[in-house]
Design a binder for this molecule. Structure first.
Ligand code: MG
Length: 344
């Protein structure tokens, strides 16, 4: 199996601000696996939150390629991933991209969409649309645009000074489901004070109010009964889901965090077995990474797969949108392909 990769530069439509900071540009890696004249593609979106970078991802990919760790049968997905997880547990963004490329390859080789190989129905899910932080007038404008575009669920980053202005501005113009994400913004005492004040805006969930390592304390916030508490930064791998049982109402599963479709399925299964809610989230990425998540997005209660919708130019195409619902093409593999670029 030939494993190669290249950098992909993505530019956001808006400057994207969370309590971690702001960014309007992002580099991801497009990973390719070739065998028998078929190539499968995946996208790596490494995150510094999990100790990863483009460099660390490329190092892992280089070692995997040099060590021929993929073997010569791309259909042995489980065995390949088990090998990679054993050696590169901290580089799960790289593993997720390889998982994507293997599923893309398998689907293309067999002539079926990857979701069909996975026993899923044609992917069509309602996604939340993220509204970044900003002045109230800008927020109202963004929310009006989102409603006009047909989005029925909004996600808002909280944890900054302007939370109440932002949320009041949203609730002036939007009555639907509202998901809040604090991205580790508060300590326990502060969160115990802030959460009850958020009840006024009728949130449908509150994601990660505390730093990642303070996951035990999330149980106290849950007892406030303001809204279901979901873990994101505290939950990377399937095993983390089990550890979080009793502390949170649900988990935000991102394939880039856990290592792809197979690990995502396991994380969702553990959550369900423990009576927990499931959300599927993403990082800012092209449609290639989003298509990977879409294969199994029907496993989630809440879907937040809007990473590609926040880009100025998406290098991949194949994900359609009807209002607030996104759906995949019936093409073999992950169902997306590189957008044809007009050459001058
Ligand atoms: Mg989050």
């Amino acid at each position: 199996m030939l494993l190669t990769w290249r950098r992909q530069r993505l530019v956001s439509k808006y400057r994207f601000v969370t309590s971690h900071g702001g960014t309007d540009e992002r580099t991801t890696l497009v990973v390719s696996i070739e065998q028998e004249g078929v190539s499968g593609l995946g996208e790596a979106t490494p995150s510094s939150l999990y100790g990863q970078s483009i460099d660390s991802t490329q190092s892992a990919l280089r070692e995997i390629a040099d060590g021929q760790l993929l073997g010569d049968d791309p259909l042995r997905i489980e065995a390949i991933l088990a090998r990679l997880i054993e050696r590169y547990d901290r580089e799960r963004a790289a593993i997720a991209a390889i998982d994507a490329a293997l599923h893309d390859w398998a689907g293309k080789r067999l002539g079926v969409p990857a979701w069909r190989l996975l026993g899923m129905a044609p992917p069509r899910v309602r996604t939340a649309f993220t509204i970044g932080m900003g002045p109230p007038a800008e927020i109202r404008q963004k929310v009006r645009e989102a409603i006009a575009d047909g989005y029925e669920v909004l996600k808002v980053k909280v944890g900054g000074e302007g939370d109440h202005d932002t949320l009041a501005a949203i609730r002036e113009v939007f009555d639907g489901p509202l998901l809040l994400d604090a991205n580790c913004a508060w300590d326990v005492d502060r969160a115990m004070k802030e959460l009850p004040k958020l009840a006024l805006y009728r949130p449908n969930m509150i994601e990660q109010p505390l730093p990642a390592e303070q996951w035990r304390e999330l149980a106290k916030l849950r007892e406030l009964r303001v809204a279901p508490i979901f873990a994101d930064e505290s939950c990377e791998r399937p095993g983390d889901v089990a550890r979080l049982a009793g502390c949170v109402d649900g988990v935000n599963i991102k394939l880039a965090k856990c290592g792809g479709i197979r690990e995502g399925q396991r994380a969702a299964a553990v959550a369900r077995a423990l009576g927990m809610g499931v959300m599927f989230g993403c990082f800012v990425s092209s449609s290639l990474a989003i298509a990977q998540s879409l294969q199994i997005a029907a496993l989630a209660d809440w879907v937040d797969l809007d990473g590609h919708l926040l880009l100025r130019d998406d290098p991949f195409e194949g994900i359609g949108r009807d209002g607030g619902e996104i759906h995949l093409s019936e093409r073999p593999g992950l169902g997306v392909r590189e957008r044809a670029v007009d050459k001058p």
